[in-house]
Design a protein around this ligand. Structure first.
Ligand SMILES: *Cc1c(COP(=O)(O)O)cnc(C)c1O
Length: 395
């Protein structure tokens, strides 16, 4: 990991004055909450208002003009729920702190977040996107189907520089990628992008394992639905970036309406507090399961990132549908990043919407299963997997 500010860095605080940096684990529980003690609160308040009273309509006009001109967040009392919400803003502040960016802009889902990024670039005529497969199935589909008028060139990481054109507005990568866990050298790719913004989807690694902005990615995207929320009960998306791009994203969010609900903002902020603990614990279990799977004759191949993480992908020798049918403790379901372990068959579900030949050509084999490891005991999980693999053998 390329970073000089991480948990393991012990920075000696000067004898007086504050420490220069707070470690990630500390930020995770305190960022976005700095004002609470002053408000006399411990838990963050949930503001469900859709609108806000103001007797000063001249002042409102000026604030709306400022937002329309450059996306500056209205200061003072909020105006309207689609323009910004204080509970959501706490989550945005905290996520930006964890990713080491100036800003973060939250959306109703990961796909709403990616849509907003593409619209920002399309709006200035930069419709061409360079992307590396595999990507999350729906991200692939959004680009391939041209739903937003983007034109995509698919390439491998080494081909990015050659694929750039004058109208290229974005380079899009995932590392580790969904679902094969393929890894990309983000620093090298960021270098090859030159002045074209690099968007790194950091959903799988989370800022606990990797902070792409430190490697030169201008945009860091999360499906907050996954690890950030962490409990399978909230849909959300977020883009961590510099304030200039953040302003454009807020303008698009205001105009197109893909806002995060305040209750979701509350749950995501709450999820961040335990993110480092969850990711480390689940990653230790995932690493152990990856070892056991790699040594198992019923398994043809295991994909586990060098970076670590709580996702494991593996190719079975027998029928993958029978493995899915055979689990009892593990939940057979799409999505990932929850406290409980989930398994799914990408070729049938998460990547079904990608054309079969495109899927196969980027390593999403029909025998691949994707496991999102949760917080259960490793031996209980292994017992369940072992049983399901046996069932597939007998089928
Ligand atoms: C799930 C996912 C998305 C899409 O996020 P939603 O919150 O489901 O809209 C994007 N990227 C990756 C890597 C994902 O796993």
């Amino acid at each position: 990991m390329d970073t000089d500010i991480d948990d393991d860095t012990v920075r000696r605080a000067p004898a007086t004055g504050p420490r220069a940096y707070r470690a990630l684990a500390t930020e995770a529980v305190h960022a976005g909450r700095d004002d609470l003690a002053g408000l006399g609160l411990h838990a963050p308040p949930i503001d469900l208002s859709t609108t806000y009273p103001s007797y000063d309509s001249r002042g409102e006009a000026a604030r709306i003009d400022a937002f329309a001109a450059d996306g500056t967040e209205p200061s003072g009392t909020p105006v309207y729920g689609r323009l910004g919400n204080p509970t959501v803003a706490r989550f945005e502040t905290a996520l930006a702190r964890l990713e080491g960016t100036e800003s973060a802009v939250a959306f109703a889902s990961g796909m709403a977040a990616l849509t907003a990024v593409l619209l920002v670039r399309n709006s200035v005529g930069l419709r061409h996107v360079v992307a590396v497969r595999p990507l999350y199935g729906c991200s692939d589909h959004l680009l391939s189907a041209g739903l937003l008028g983007s034109e995509v060139t698919w390439t491998d990481p080494a081909g990015i520089a050659d694929a750039l054109r004058p109208d290229t507005g974005l380079v899009l990568v995932e590392s580790p990628a969904n679902p094969t866990l393929a890894e990309i050298d983000l620093r090298a790719v960021a270098h090859d992008c030159g002045s074209v913004p690099l968007l790194a989807d950091n959903t799988f690694a989370t800022p606990v394992l990797q902070r792409p902005a430190e490697s030169g990615a201008r945009l860091v995207l999360h499906s907050a639905t996954k690890y950030l929320g962490g409990h399978g009960d909230v849909l959300g998306g977020v883009v961590a970036c510099d304030e200039e791009f953040g302003r454009r994203l807020r303008q698009v969010r205001f105009a197109t309406g893909g806002v995060l609900h305040p209750l979701a903002g509350y749950l995501l902020l709450r999820g961040l507090a335990t993110l480092p603990v969850r990711v480390r614990a689940a990653s230790a279990t995932a690493a152990e399961l990856a070892c056991r799977l790699a040594a198992d004759p019923r398994v043809a191949r295991v994909h586990y990132p060098r970076l670590g993480g709580a996702m494991v992908a593996f190719e079975v020798r027998d029928d993958p549908h029978e493995v899915i049918a055979g689990v009892r403790l593990i939940t057979p379901a799409v999505s990932l990043g929850s406290v409980d372990t989930l398994i799914q068959h990408p070729a049938s579900i998460s990547h079904r919407i990608v054309a079969a030949e495109d899927r196969r050509s980027c390593g999403v084999s029909d025998r691949l299963l994707r496991l999102s490891v949760g917080l259960e005991d490793v031996d209980d999980l292994w017992h369940d997997l072992d049983h399901a693999l046996d069932g597939a053998r007998g089928a």
